[in-house]
Design a binder for this molecule. Structure first.
Ligand code: HEM
Length: 129
């Protein structure tokens, strides 16, 4: 398969898994706010890890295609840090936050971090301008 076609496929996988990630996160956030037991259901705990693994593989693969790397190119370093902040805040929002208020604040913070990562990707600039 020509490299250009493979790139389009891997980049599309990256974009699909990102969409699944944010839709799944918002859904779990709503369940968290409603105190729904669905949040603790086995598939709900496992599937995000499967999707996140595919997301990371597609992300690294996409990066090798465009020969841009975290810790080398500023925008990808910013993306990686934004992603880490999203993961930490997301874990506080959905699992570790001790009070409802902490969870809600972490949830909003995670959404802001995710938006920042998307903007950095779109502009290829850590300052998103
Ligand atoms: C939550 C995490 C992430 C989100 C929301 C995200 C979002 C996006 C989006 C929206 C694009 C398309 C930008 C455009 O063409 O307008 C993109 C492209 C890209 N992403 Fe990610 N990404 C994430 C994680 C990562 C990570 C961790 C890496 C690298 C290790 C990465 C590497 C890339 C690369 C290299 C491209 C550019 C592909 C191109 O030149 O067309 N992404 N990302």
């Amino acid at each position: 398969m020509p490299d250009a076609q493979l790139f389009i496929i891997v980049r599309t996988v990256h974009l699909i898994t990102i969409t699944v990630t944010i839709c799944g996160f918002v859904l779990r956030g709503i369940w968290m706010l409603k105190g729904s037991p669905l949040l603790k259901a086995l598939p709900v705990r496992i599937l995000p890890h499967v999707n996140d693994t595919i997301l990371l593989i597609s992300a690294v693969w996409t990066a090798t295609f465009v020969e841009q790397y975290p810790l080398v190119n500023g925008w990808l370093t910013a993306k990686m840090l934004g992603l880490l902040a999203y993961i930490v805040l997301g874990a506080i929002a959905l699992s570790y936050g001790r009070t409802r208020q902490i969870r809600i604040r972490a949830f909003v913070g995670a959404l802001l971090c995710f938006s920042y990562v998307v903007l950095v990707a779109a502009t290829r600039n850590p300052l998103v301008i």
